[in-house]
Design a protein around this ligand. Sequence first.
Ligand code: ZN
Length: 154
Amino acid sequence: MVTIRQKLVTASQAVKITNGKNNAKKYIVVHETDNTNIGADADAHARLQVNGNSRQASWHWQVDDKEAVQSFEHYWECWGAGTYIGNKQGIQVEICVNSDGNYLKAVQNAASLIAKIIKDENIALQNIVQHNYFSGKNCPRNIRAGKSTLDAIY
Ligand SMILES: [Zn+2]
């Protein structure tokens, strides 16, 4: 099991970058950060969100090859999926692709985290989807290119 910790965005900050607290928690939406910079790991992305991300974006979890860090409780409707329904019903999980990290280990950790979340939140297996499912964006890019799979969770 991957190491999990919380570094939560404050509620006063969260209301500015979410649609509120009524997430239906029906889907897991899998993303990759697309940030290959050295040091762009889970902690860096969690700090970005806690410090007030200037982008109109937010996500619940970031996972790297060492840990999973939670930024928002699952009831928040984060802005990650690119569509209203995807944000309203999805728990957004970002997989880090920093070049100094082990990508396949990060995917494995994400699978481990997702297995825990679907159990905790009673989410159906078939509702683990890619960001692409909602908006057509090429995300998660490396998984979509066949560089890994999420088969480990089955
Ligand atoms: Zn995405």
